[in-house]
Design a protein around this ligand. Structure first.
Ligand code: SAM
Length: 197
């Protein structure tokens, strides 16, 4: 366990040094507590980065399995290395591809969306058929570092304004989606939990 802590610290340091966005501590605590409380066992993650959240989720319980997708080769290879270091190869399946090219037959009781923020609706619709009834889709970064709460004129960059608009659209999409009950949590960078009815 002590070994795990220092390896986790090294992954977090690598992420910081290389500007790789990984979940903040409050967010990861929320996610792992959710997996524990709801007895989640089969998880699909969109956006592996270097494997940090996949490893943290797998460490919740020996029954937990994670399938995770990453399109950036360097990050994927780093994730392969990290998963090996934790000897979690039998419980974490790493897929190197663009998520939109991946079609899975398997069903999951949790889908965690943590990839390109402007594409959340598309990810949701691409993978929701893989979610069991009663299962949940969790999405991170709905506050987008506080920018979602700002007025548009306060955001100077055009790209960022577009991205924030997309995140707002996603929030409205979740609120009006009657096939799911969605709860929003002001935790970490803003998290939603959409439970399939
Ligand atoms: N979940 C990771 C964690 O907390 O450790 C962080 C993921 S990071 C915020 C988002 C990742 O999603 C990036 O590494 C990016 O390359 C990947 N990504 C973005 N769009 C993607 C897509 N369409 N298919 C696969 N990966 C994608």
């Amino acid at each position: 366990m002590v070994g795990n802590y220092s390896m986790i610290r090294e992954i977090k340091e690598y992420a910081k040094k290389n500007n790789i966005p990984i979940m903040v501590d409050d967010g990861i605590d929320f996610l792992t507590a959710f997996i524990f409380k709801r007895h989640v066992t089969n998880i699909l993650e969109i956006g592996t980065a270097i494997g940090y959240s996949a490893i943290m989720m797998a460490l919740v319980h020996p029954n937990v399995k994670v399938t995770t997708i990453e399109r950036d080769e360097k990050r994927y290879l780093e994730a392969v290395k990290n998963v090996k270091a934790f000897e979690l190869e039998d419980r974490i399946t790493l897929i190197y591809n663009d998520a939109f090219n991946v079609k899975l037959d398997e069903e999951f009781d949790l889908i965690f969306i943590d990839a390109a923020k402007a594409q959340n609706i598309k990810f949701f619709e691409h993978f929701e058929r893989n979610l069991v009834p009663g299962g949940a889709i969790i999405t991170d970064n709905l506050k987008f570092h506080g920018l979602v709460e700002k007025e548009e004129y306060e955001i100077k960059s055009k790209n960022l304004r577009g991205l924030v608009r997309k995140i707002k659209e996603y929030i409205s999409y979740l609120k009006s989606n009657s096939r799911y009950d969605t709860e929003f949590f002001n935790i970490g960078d803003g998290i939603s939990v959409s439970t399939k009815k």
